[in-house]
Design a protein around this ligand. Structure first.
Ligand code: PGA
Length: 252
């Protein structure tokens, strides 16, 4: 049985005061134990704040991107070792906003994934199709190519250490969600690709759904057999919504 993971993707939101209140509310509600794994992926300047407020709690933290390079003359980039220095557990890799706005290729996403794993971070690898690709019947091909590029550079042993997030681009921040059946179909495809590489490891790899997951649709999405949690954008910024999604993982 895969333990569910609910990860917040704060994107470029927050400030010290607001974060402090949000993190305190999360910790007060989930304390030191929860029925699922919980993470917040925050802008890099706030990793220290997370470390300070979340150490020894049930809420873990991580980054939203990392450099494909180890260190050196890469102005503005953040290395995997730096995320690890601040106790990060996770890092989002290949989010569609980075693929679209920063021209991140499948090959770059693969290199970043490798870098994260080698530093002991758990990469949350995002895949997903645009509306035009879905309407053109290309969903399976697009997400398949995105995942295969990553699998191509990994060892089988890495498979249990990564998290995949299916995030249809047309559902992100739009209020449009994939129906549970639509999401399950893609999740099953992704699991099939993982299984072709290593069936035992694939059974343990968590595949999250992301794209307008909210308290009112989380339960039915999470009930699907291959949906192992959520990557939550907008609803992660309000403790009541994020906590309701966390609660939805245990009401099946
Ligand atoms: P959303 O974002 O929940 O606001 O749609 C999800 C994401 O981009 O990870």
């Amino acid at each position: 049985m895969r333990r569910k993971l609910v990860a917040g993707n704060w994107k470029m939101n927050g400030n010290l005061a607001a974060n402090s209140a949000l993190l305190n509310e999360l910790v007060a509600a989930v304390g030191h134990g929860a029925s699922c794994d919980i993470a917040v992926c925050v802008p890099a300047p706030y990793l220290a704040q997370c470390q300070q407020q979340l150490v020894n709690t049930a809420v873990t933290w991580g980054g939203q991107d990392l450099s494909a390079h180890e260190a050196g003359a890469y102005t503005g980039e953040v290395a995997a070792t730096m995320l690890a220095d601040f106790g990060s557990h996770y890092v989002v890799v290949g989010h569609s906003e980075r693929r679209a706005m920063h021209a991140e290729s499948n090959a770059l996403v693969a290199q970043k994934t490798l870098r994260a794993l080698r530093c002991g971070l758990t990469p949350i690898i995002c895949v997903g199709e645009t509306l035009a690709e879905r309407e053109g019947g290309q969903t399976t091909a697009v997400v398949g190519e995105q995942l295969e590029a990553v699998l191509a550079v990994l060892e089988s042993a890495d498979l249990t250490r990564l998290v995949v997030a299916y995030e249809p681009v047309w559902a992100i921040g739009t209020g449009k969600t994939a129906t549970p059946d639509m999401a399950q179909e893609v999740h099953a495809t992704l699991r099939g690709l993982l299984a072709a590489r290593d069936p035992v490891a694939a059974a343990g790899t968590r595949i999250l759904y992301g794209g307008s997951m909210k308290p009112d649709n989380a339960r039915e999405l999470m009930a699907m057999p291959d949906i192992d949690g959520g990557l939550i954008g907008g609803a992660a910024l309000k403790s009541v919504d994020f906590l309701a999604i966390i609660a939805a993982t245990s009401i099946q």
